[in-house]
Ligand binder design. Structure first.
Ligand code: GAP
Length: 444
């Protein structure tokens, strides 16, 4: 039997421990749609909260919004998505599978006798590439006809652009300022895959920063640096993070300059965040299409201009995968194998496990009281089943940074041991100091 790859092991751990499940699994699953389980939802919430805090709560120049997923269909015409948000697609006439025309597994040219299907191996059965729009369509109201088509948004950014005036007026912001949003986006990807890396339903964390034309290069640099600094602050291995600047032929039609931030996943270097100088493309297009003036009047110079936009766009699910892949470690301790998620404590779904050493002598009762007390401040897991070693291992796999054990000495002097997930060192701490001890170590 082939040895499982790191990704196989990560996917299996994610399911076993309740991070991520396949959507509708009892029906055989739905292609590239995933559900977050009890630990996964906490991890993702910690990631999103951390982003929101740094982007919105800790700054006075960025406002938050939560725009609807369904938007006026003309938004997507103005944005260029109806016409241009497409991937070239080829079909295999033999096995009926569908691929992106640039799929690396295809040998030869699709549409020619040499083009070879990567699944069934037939030659000459691949069609010519045709453009396939990635937006999901649905209908608004009871009649299913062209006039009632609406789209599930493929990015959250447009919800920010169409609200730019509303937000600016309501919050009395002046340029430069930004608008941030976290929300779902949908793309009918042709070749999704690699677990939660490329999915058909996902969450984005996007921030659009509105600046004066001419100041855009400076802000672009500023945001590029800030985003990398923030990612490093999550404790990610800096050797696995890098920038990739878009070459002229990689640049999107709206972009003057763009950098991807890439991570070295087990399946190679891939992008998970983008910083784009989108110029005045978006607001100009919406102004032309809606007829609503979207210019900014500079209160000092009395100049009028359409702001340039610097965008930072990050996938919450993709970042969750970065965090999980970076945290995953296998190691040998005292001749025994352990799997540990070295999550930064502030991101860990459970902050501490609480364990009575044995199920007698009043230890479970004391441990429960400690767990209940701490639970009011942080997510705690109480476990009194199995050997203490096994209980530690289970929490190591969940990424829980601390293990608190109530033992014989606790009953005498009200101290407990606190085991550190990474160093495996144990300290004796007074019960009434536990909350402060943990709080100190949980702050990033
Ligand atoms: N508004 C700009 C924009 O949407 P993008 O590069 O298409 O740019 C931004 O997407 C981020 O959204 C990506 O860096 C990635 O993290 C995430 N993302 C995009 N498509 C995704 C998919 N199919 N599955 C999971 N995440 C995705």
């Amino acid at each position: 039997m082939a040895t499982p790859s790191v990704m196989d092991k990560l996917v299996s751990l994610a399911k076993r421990r309740g991070f991520v499940f396949q959507s509708s699994e009892i029906y055989g699953g739905l292609g590239s749609v995933w559900d977050y389980g009890p630990l996964g939802i906490e991890l993702k919430r910690n990631i999103k909260d951390r982003w929101w805090r740094s982007m919105v709560l800790e700054r006075d120049d960025i406002e938050g919004i939560d725009a609807a997923i369904l938007m006026h269909p003309r938004v997507w015409e103005a944005s260029g998505h109806v016409e241009g948000f497409t991937d070239p697609l080829v079909d295999c006439r033999q096995c009926k599978n569908r691929f992106r025309a640039d799929d690396e597994r295809i040998k030869g040219e699709p549409g020619t006798p040499g083009g070879q299907c990567p699944v069934c191996g037939s030659k000459g059965t691949l069609t010519d590439p045709r453009q396939f729009n990635l937006m999901f369509k649905t209908f608004m109201g009871p009649v299913e006809e062209d006039a009632t088509v609406v789209y599930l948004r493929p990015e959250t950014a447009q919800g920010i652009y169409v609200n730019y005036l509303n937000v600016m007026q309501a919050s009395r912001q002046k340029i430069p300022f930004g608008i941030a949003q976290i929300g779902k986006a949908f793309r009918n990807e042709i070749t999704p895959g690699n677990f939660i890396f490329r999915t058909r339903e996902f969450e984005q964390m996007e921030m659009q920063y509105f600046v004066k034309p001419g100041d855009d290069d400076r802000w672009f640099e500023e945001w590029r640096e800030q985003r990398m600094r923030w990612l490093r602050g999550l404790g990610l291995n800096p050797d696995k993070l890098r920038f990739h600047r878009h070459t002229p032929d990689e640049l999107a039609h709206y972009a003057k300059d763009a950098y991807d931030i890439e991570y070295e996943f087990p399946f190679g270097w891939k992008e998970f965040e983008g910083i784009h100088n989108r110029t005045d493309f978006d607001l100009s297009r919406h102004q032309a299409s809606s007829g609503k003036k979207l210019e900014y009047l500079d209160p000092m110079s009395k100049e009028r201009f359409i702001p340039y936009i610097i965008e930072t766009s990050l996938g919450a699910d993709r970042l969750a995968l970065v965090v999980l892949a970076d945290a995953y470690h296998e190691e040998e301790i005292g001749g025994e194998q352990r799997v540990v998620l070295r999550l930064q404590p502030s991101l860990a779904p459970i902050k501490a496990g609480v364990f009575p050493l044995v199920k007698k002598d009043g230890m479970p009762e004391v441990a429960r009281r400690i767990a209940d007390d701490l639970r009011r401040r942080m997510p705690i897991f109480f476990d009194d089943g199995g050997s203490i070693g096994r209980r530690y291992r289970r929490q190591d796999e969940a990424g829980t940074p601390f293990g608190i054990t109530v033992d014989g000495q606790t009953l005498e002097d009200h101290t407990v041991t606190v085991r550190n997930r990474d160093t495996l060192q144990q300290e004796r701490i007074a019960q009434d100091q536990l909350a402060a001890y943990l709080a100190d170590r949980l702050a990033e």
